[in-house]
Write a protein that binds this ligand. Structure first.
Ligand code: ADP
Ligand code: MG
Length: 256
């Protein structure tokens, strides 16, 4: 039985894709079978896993429109150690095409159910919006991982996401919960970041993951090589933090 997690935050540039691909690579390193689902038409998780989004014959778009199964549309990326259900610009059209269809927010859920036994973890990289695509992700997930930078407006943006998750929980998916807030791009020398980090712990308690991902240039360089930082430079501080985070996720899932 795969455990399914959305990596979501409606802000762009907060580290969703970096978290998705590095957590996936970290989980693969500790022996888990992982599928990454790229739900962002930008296709960054696809490219960052070593798969050329322009060359995809089948993608998550075909899966959402039920013209392909996950098994047919997924790519296996040997270099990174996990499978990818890729995305490219075509996916932007799905938003509109899904509107008139039945079970429009449950398309991904149905498709992933058929691949349940093939994976231990499914990680869904969400677009920076609370759109129909994100809703498809939230409808099939057991939990949401929320990457966030410890900056002044971080908490403000969080309340919209928390409300959406509450609504999905109430109306569409009773399994859904925030599994945790992940502090990313953290710089301990910045006083404000430490203050926001303390606030997060006060408000959200053990919903804040113990692992903190530091700001680390190797994580930012890795995508241009089509690799997660965990594979590109496993000894870097950023990679080590994500491997530790993978272990923390395995422990949390064990107690879910
Ligand atoms: P999102 O998917 O939320 O839009 P990304 O994961 O693409 O965000 O991250 C935004 C930018 O920040 C990218 O250029 C990425 O390489 C960089 N980045 C993400 N996490 C880190 C980190 N821990 N240290 C340094 N750079 C990072
Ligand atoms: Mg992204």
């Amino acid at each position: 039985m795969a455990k399914i997690f959305c990596v979501a935050n409606q802000k762009g540039g907060v580290g969703k894709t970096t978290t998705t691909v590095n957590l996936a690579a970290g989980l693969a390193k500790v022996g888990q079978r992982v599928l990454v689902v790229d739900l962002d038409p930008q296709g960054n998780a696809t490219m960052g896993s070593g798969i050329d989004k322009r060359a995809l014959e089948l993608s998550v778009y075909d899966v959402l429109l039920e013209s392909a199964s996950v098994k047919e549309a997924k790519q296996t990326s040997e270099k990174v150690g996990y499978d990818v259900l890729g995305a490219n610009r075509e996916l932007a059209g799905a938003e509109v095409e899904l509107v008139d269809l039945e079970r429009r927010e449950r398309r991904l859920k149905g498709a992933l159910a058929a691949a349940n036994d093939d994976y231990d973890f499914v990680l869904i990289d969400c677009p920076p919006s609370l759109s129909m695509l994100t809703l498809n992700g939230l409808c099939c997930a057991h939990g949401v991982v929320v990457p966030m930078q410890c900056e002044y407006f971080a908490l403000e943006g969080l309340s919209d996401l928390v409300n959406t998750i509450k609504q999905v929980h109430a109306n569409l998916n009773a399994d859904l919960q925030i599994i945790g807030l992940l502090r990313v791009m953290f710089d301990p020398r910045i006083t404000l970041q430490n203050q926001v980090s303390d606030q997060l712990k006060t408000h959200f308690g053990d919903k804040v993951f113990d692992t903190v991902i530091p700001r680390n240039v190797r994580l930012a360089e890795a995508p241009s090589y089509g690799l997660p930082g965990v594979v590109f430079d496993p000894s870097s501080k950023g990679a080590q933090a994500f491997i530790e985070f993978a272990r923390e996720m395995v422990r949390r899932v064990g107690s879910m």
